[in-house]
Each structure stands twice: as C-alpha cells, then as structure tokens.
Design a protein around this ligand. Structure first.
Ligand SMILES: CC(=O)SCCNC(=O)CCNC(=O)[C@H](O)C(C)(C)COP(=O)(O)OP(=O)(O)OC[C@H]1O[C@@H](n2cnc3c(N)ncnc32)[C@H](O)[C@@H]1OP(=O)(O)O
Ligand SMILES: CC(=O)C(=O)O
Length: 542
C-alpha cells in the first residue's frame, strides 16, 4: 500500500517564541533550527522578519537548512497595495523560499479587531498571497480563528480560505487560534472544507492547547484529510502552547493507523534523537524537563508500582505502549514504598551490583519503606536510593567522614538600607585520618545568588583532598523543598539535582526538621554518588 506524505511544519521559533517568558537569542535560534533540520521536519518557520531585531538578525544570517526555511507575517493592511505595505515588504525582504501569511477568517475579528469590511479583508488576503506568489515564493496562508469563524459564519470563513487558495497559496492552514475547538468539531469542519473544494493535500492544521486537545485536534484534522501538521517542540506556544510535535511525531510514526497510512520526513534514526532534541530546548530555556511529557519525559517509561515492575521484567510490552528506545528514552524502575522485590532487583542490576540473596532484598526494601515513612522520597531521588542500597549491602566505600559543620544565616542592611543576607558555613571532614577544614560564605542581595545552600555546597566541595578533581565538574541545577509529615512531626524534605560534564543528572534527598540540615544531607549524598559512580578510590584502601 502506498503511503500518503504528511508534511510537518515547525513553528517553535515563531509561535514558540510567543510563549510567555521565552525569548530566543539569534544563536539559540540557529541551534534550534539545526536540531529541527536533523529531526527531519519539512518547514522551519524562523520568525517574523522586521518585527523585532532578533528575528531580523536571524533572517539576515539565515540557516542553510534542508527543510524549507519560512518567514512569517500578516496580510497587507487595507487602504494600501501589497507592494506598498511596509510590514509585508519586511517579510518578503528576508528572501525566504516560503512565506506564511496570517489573515483573519472570522467575521467578528474583521469588523472588530481590524475595523474593515468583510470584502476588504477578502481583498487583502487575495492580493497579499498573489503578491508573494508573483515574487516566485511559495505562499502559505494561516487562516486565523478559522474554526470559531466557521462556526459563526461558515460561508465567510470558507470564502477567506478560497481567496487564498485561488490566489495561489500552496497550503491553507486551518488555525484554532484560541485553542477552544474540540476534536469532533475539528474533524467535521475540516471535512467540510475539503467538500467545499480545497483538497486535503493543500490543507494544514495549526492548533493550540487551551483545552488540552491540541494533539488530538491535529490528529482529528489528519483523519479528516489535512496533510500538513503544524506544531512546536515541547508544545511551546502562545498561552497554553501549540500542538506538541514531540508528542505528535512519534504518534504519527509509531501508532496505527498513521504508521501504515503516512510517511513523513522523520526517519527512525532521527526519531531516536527525539529525547535529546527535547532536552536541548529545555536547556536553552533553562527549564527543568517535564518528567511526565509523553514519550520524552523522564517518567514516560518509569515503572514505580511493584506489580508493574514485576510484569515489565517478564515482558516490557506489559506496561509500555512503545519501546522507550524508539524515541531515545530509557526504561527506569524506581524505588519507593510502592515497590516490590522486582523493582529492587532491576534497580540493583542497573547499578551494576550483583543481585544479592532474597534476605538482602527484603532488608533493603524494609529500609526504604521505613525511611519513606519518615519523610524521605526515593522515586525521584534515585541516587540517594543507590547509596542506601549500597550501605545496606555493605558496599559503600568510606570515602570521608563529616566530623561537623556549622552554618549561620544573618540578615543585615547595606549602606543604602537595602536588605542583604549573609551565610557563613564551616565544614570539617576527615579523609583517611586527615582533617580538612573549609569555610565559605554567601552574600545575597535581593535577587542575587548565594544563599545558605550555596554556601553549604561551596564549603563541602572546597577541599575534599584526593577527590577534588572528581567533583570539580558538579553543578547544582535544581533545589526543591517540601514540608512533609514524616512520622509524627512536620519534617522538611529537600531534593537537589546535580549535573556533571558527562551530562549526567542525579537527584538526592535529605530530610530533617531543619532545612539547612536536610540540604546538607542531600548535598552530601550528591557528592558520595558522584564518587561512587566515578569509581573513586579511598586513599590507603587495598
Ligand atoms: C495568531 C498569531 O499568533 S499571529 C502572530 C502574532 N505575532 C505577533 O504579533 C508578534 C510580532 N508582532 C509585532 O511585532 C507587531 O505586532 C508588528 C510589528 C507586526 C505590528 O506592530 P504595530 O504596527 O505596532 O501594530 P500592533 O501590534 O499594535 O497591531 C497590529 C495591527 O495590525 C493589524 N492587523 C492584525 N492582523 C492583521 C492581518 N492579519 N492583516 C492585516 N492587518 C492586521 C491590526 O488591525 C493592527 O492595526 P491597527 O494598529 O491599525 O489597529
Ligand atoms: C497563526 C497562528 O499562530 C494562530 O492562528 O494561532
């Protein structure tokens, strides 16, 4: 059976940049465009040339992509010709092979937002698209508010699409701009557009996630016959985001009926790079990756419950809808109070430890469950779990001992009367009989870094003698605090994430009635995990 070609259009660099708090620099745009090109999307919408200096700079030094690099803009304003519209000129001057113009298709928006007649808007659409085509470019028309427009006035919404189609637009993209449409409506209306004479292989779908249905709506449009899908990496986008290509792409490649019916530009090998691409974007945005993200999240293939883990070990298909490696993800079987011996056996194997006798497994489980009852939580803090298991099995090297630490926190006012927080930390460790004393201080004016946890971390890692080289690349990347009711009293749980130059990220946990003490415990575990993982040798040990 021959498969239909489904075109993938990425708008991370344009609609993705409309996410609150997101502002890509020009070099970041280049990095993202290169990653999208490797992934195999067909179009990369780079932004709106002329709208802001970053986008203008990016188009001035446009990336050389296999994908069709596309400039975005809007239809010409009424009362002037397409040739004389300076906003449209700015978009065309970017010289891209393809140009996507957004235009109104909802009568309410034409009269209210633009304040022009319905006829003038049709004329603006037709003339703008014709002008793009006359310049030898491929024209795409983003039919803004199309689904709301169709529900209010189907004849007018269709007339807008037909105006663009007849003027030579290669693609008419039906947009659910406000994100309020539901899959059955998208399906019905997309079919109606095709029945009205715009073929499916000229139709695209652009959805927003305001009802959590952006991906479902995109699939509904494809089911109805649309052959271009627009979206963004990690679902970035205005308000609640756009259709998430990081979800849609694996669905289209791995799931029926799409897998058999369609081909896309994304190869199986490129799909295996999906997790990497998703994390790269989070890195650029300085965001903690969403653990629960479909396909690419760290928890997407995490099997916490004992019954799940037991079956997974017999056959992963029992609790996995696709194999994790198809998208570059990995299965994890975390430890927690929901775990049974199967979780434990798998985790120990992952850690490279010889699986011990049953009695040992029971002891470790007991220890984990008791500590969780006391406020610890190991299902994310897997590095701390590994250390606990080693301690219980007698496999934890005695790298060093913390003899004592002291932390003071002070609040002062500077000469201008502004509050300044000062933290001083002293740590004394004993390494093979030798005492190492380190002092560190953190000064925090409002909004700056350098609080007590920072000072604790600096003091602990300042002088670990023979281990110093191994811990030099550790970076504290996330810090979470929670008050829990461990046992009978309120306790503070601190979870800290570190990364190193190998790209490893690990989480550790500390619990105490004192937040500084809980933080110190988590920091200490982080250092110990790094030493164990890197095979550090204890001085003087055989
Ligand atoms: C649905 C979407 O997400 S579309 C993408 C939206 N993206 C952006 O808006 C980001 C980039 N935009 C910008 O930088 C600016 O809005 C610019 C440079 C494009 C325009 O800036 P300004 O000239 O200051 O206009 P402003 O942003 O206030 O308003 C937009 C104008 O365009 C008009 N307009 C809006 N959509 C269209 C359209 N499809 N066709 C023609 N004119 C339009 C509006 O009526 C308004 O005109 P008015 O000021 O006469 O009322
Ligand atoms: C074009 C666009 O981004 C929208 O209508 O949502």
């Amino acid at each position: 059976m021959t498969r239909d070609r489904l075109t993938l259009y990425d708008t991370t660099l344009r609609d993705g940049q409309q996410t609150q708090g997101v502002q890509f620099s020009t070099p970041e745009k280049h990095l993202i465009a290169a990653a999208l090109d490797r992934l195999g999307v067909d179009y990369i919408e780079g932004g709106w040339p002329g709208a802001n200096p970053t986008d203008s700079d990016f188009f001035a030094d446009a990336p050389q992509t296999r994908a069709t690099f596309t400039a975005f803009g809007m239809t010409k304003r009424a009362g002037r010709s397409a040739e004389n519209d300076e906003v449209l000129a700015g978009v065309l001057n970017a010289g891209t092979r393809a140009v996507c113009l957004v235009g109104k298709t909802h009568d309410f928006h034409v009269t209210t937002a633009l304040g022009i007649t319905l006829g003038d808007n049709l004329d603006n659409i037709a003339k703008s698209v014709a002008h793009v085509v006359a310049q030898g470019r491929e024209a795409l028309f983003d039919a803004e508010h199309f689904f709301d427009g169709y529900k209010a006035n189907p004849d007018y919404a269709l007339a807008c699409c037909k105006a663009a189609h007849e003027a030579g637009a290669r693609w008419i993209v039906l947009c659910d701009t406000n994100g309020g449409a539901l899959p059955a409506e998208v399906s019905r209306i997309t079919r109606a557009v095709i029945a009205a004479g715009i073929p499916g292989d000229r139709l695209g779908i652009h959805t927003h996630d305001d009802t959590g249905n952006a991906v479902a709506n995109s699939l509904a449009a494809v089911d109805a016959g649309a052959r271009q899908v627009q979206g963004t990496l990690n679902g970035l986008g205005e308000r609640c985001g756009n259709a998430n290509l990081t979800t849609l792409i694996p669905t289209l490649l791995l799931k029926e009926p799409y897998r058999s019916r369609f081909e896309t530009g994304v190869s199986e090998a490129a799909l295996r790079g999906l997790v990497k691409t998703s994390r790269m974007l989070d890195d650029i945005l300085n965001r903690v990756p969403l653990r629960s993200a479909p396909y690419v999240g760290a928890s997407a293939f995490a099997h916490k419950a004992g019954l799940h883990a037991s079956a997974i070990l017999k056959d992963p298909a029992t609790y996995e809808h696709v194999p994790p490696e198809t998208v570059g993800n990995a299965r994890i079987v975390p430890m927690s109070n929901q775990a049974g011996q199967s979780n434990l056996r798998e985790r120990l194997r992952d850690m490279g430890l010889a699986v011990p006798e049953k009695a040992d497994l029971g002891r470790i489980l007991e220890r984990i469950k008791t500590r969780e009852a006391d406020g610890y939580s190991y299902d994310t803090a897997q590095a701390s779990f590994e250390l606990e298991a080693r301690r219980e099995l007698g496999l934890m090297p005695g790298f060093f001992e913390v003899e004592r630490y002291r932390a003071t926190v002070e609040r002062r006012r500077d000469a201008r009367g502004n509050p300044v927080h000062l933290s001083e930390v002293t740590v004394v460790v004993n390494i093979a009989g030798e005492r190492h004393l380190s002092v560190s201080e953190g000064i925090m004016a409002d909004g700056s870094d350098g609080g007590p946890v920072h000072a604790l971390s600096k003091a602990l890692m300042k002088d670990l003698g023979p281990y110093q080289d191994l811990i030099g690349d550790m970076e504290l990347v996330d810090f979470k605090v929670r008050i829990t009711n461990g046992g009978t009293e309120a306790r503070t749980r601190v979870v800290i994430d570190h990364e190193d130059s190998l790209g490893r990220r690990w989480s550790t946990v500390g619990v105490s009635s004192n937040i500084i003490d809980a933080s110190f415990e988590a920091l200490l575990d982080a250092v110990l995990w790094k030493l164990v993982s890197d095979g550090a040798r204890v001085p003087g040990a055989a």
